[in-house]
Design a protein around this ligand. Structure first.
Ligand SMILES: [Zn+2]
Length: 397
């Protein structure tokens, strides 16, 4: 990362601030940076004396928030109409696509993403390059290839493995590539022709082995699961998050509450399959029953108190990178409280990703700050209007 420019602001002032935890908004707020960390956050009238006279940026009409977090992206995929056909053939092209898509997230104020499935080590490499300051992008928590069964969903973004021993080996292979989390494909998927999206793809002993091995190595597990049986098996195995979860039953919701696992509904993936003009008719047809069950499943989960995180599945058909703010708008439209919606894309999400010093505005946290035009607490769509983005205390937009 280039050294901090002395003319860059270190104190931000705005009429509203949300700290990401779900706490009430702060009016006439200030954030003070000390290098790449936050030194102080609070009402501007209480700003410590040492910060007076430092370079200041006033952001009239804006809300300050933590940089946003998207817990489910595919950096190698660029939202073409046919996921399987549109992922580039060569590793070099996929890596270049991942670099460009990472940049799209950062421009939109997304400073942390979890990549849940690449053909190989592309997203891991992008994450390392960001870390080294070689390229601009959000911090990337990458799973490497998703673990999927023979005949299962997204083999072109995955590693095929069957049986408990192969599942352990697949976790180790990803760990060896530098993966810092694990994605398992626990059911069929809408975008894999000829495969029932609700079918549970792995047996309980297989998922138990995968999660046990991942946790033993310190890697958290995200499970793609659409049907009830797959959600149950993944939660019983100890998965840390369920992705999609379009058909949730009472047992699923009880297991979420029992285990503390997070629910990432990825409304954007389903919405764009249904709305995208270039998405093939067979994919829309297959998505319809899941689409109808999706909002009621989400509402039941919210009502029960399941921990919600925001993920977009960016890269899937017509689902462009850098749009987690729109996912929050969808979550709120489906019934989530605005402050809980913001928390789902900030503190709750960062905590799931093992990054508790991100996704929150407080002293000591990373100086990743987003300013958006408008009052988010009063109008959640303000989140989709970024005006300034700071990463590690440096203005990147
Ligand atoms: Zn996905």
């Amino acid at each position: 990362m280039s050294p901090l420019d002395p003319s860059e602001p270190v104190v931000l002032l705005a009429p509203r601030l949300l700290d990401g935890t779900g706490a009430a908004p702060v009016d006439d707020a200030a954030v003070w940076f000390d290098g790449a960390r936050i030194a102080w956050v609070g009402p501007a009238s209480d700003l410590p004396h040492e910060a007076h006279g430092l370079a200041t940026a006033e952001l009239p009409g804006c809300t300050l928030l933590p940089g946003l977090v998207d817990v489910h992206v595919h950096l190698v995929a660029s939202a073409g109409p046919d996921l399987a056909g549109d992922v580039p053939r060569t590793e070099s092209e996929r890596t270049l696509a991942a670099v460009a898509n990472a940049h799209r997230h950062l421009r939109a104020g997304v400073t942390l993403v979890r990549d849940l499935g690449a053909t190989g080590g592309e997203a891991i490499a992008v994450g390392r390059a960001v870390e080294a300051g070689a390229i601009e992008g959000p911090r990337v928590i990458a799973a490497g290839p998703a673990v999927t069964m023979t005949g299962g969903h997204i083999p072109y973004l995955g590693r095929v493995a069957d049986g408990p021993e192969q599942l352990r080996a697949a976790v180790r292979a990803n760990f060896g590539m530098g993966a810092v989390c694990i994605k398992v494909v626990a059911t069929g998927g809408v975008l894999t022709k000829g495969l029932d999206p609700r079918l549970a793809s792995y047996t309980q002993p297989e998922l138990d082995a995968l999660v046990d091995e991942a946790h033993r190595l310190g890697l958290r597990v995200a499970a793609h699961a659409i049907g009830e049986a797959g959600v149950t098996a993944a939660l019983r195995a100890g998965a840390d998050s369920i992705e999609h979860g379009m058909f949730l039953d009472e047992e699923n919701i009880e297991l979420f509450l029992e285990t503390g696992a997070r629910y990432s509904a990825t409304f954007a993936a389903r919405e764009w399959i249904m709305r995208g003009e270039t998405v093939p008719a067979w994919a829309k047809e297959r998505a319809r029953p899941a689409a109808e069950a999706h909002v009621p499943s989400f509402q039941a989960a919210v009502k029960a108190g399941v921990r919600i995180v925001a993920g977009t599945d960016a890269g899937t058909p017509c689902n462009h990178h850098g749009r987690v703010a729109h996912e929050v708008v969808s979550l709120v439209e489906a019934g989530l409280d605005v402050l809980a919606g913001v928390r789902a894309a900030t503190a709750e999400a960062a905590d799931l990703l093992g990054e508790p010093d991100r996704g929150v505005l407080r002293a000591g946290a990373a100086a990743d700050v987003l300013a958006v035009e408008g009052d988010v607490a009063a109008d959640v769509t303000a989140l989709t209007r970024p005006t300034a983005v700071f990463q590690s205390g440096r203005r990147v937009r």
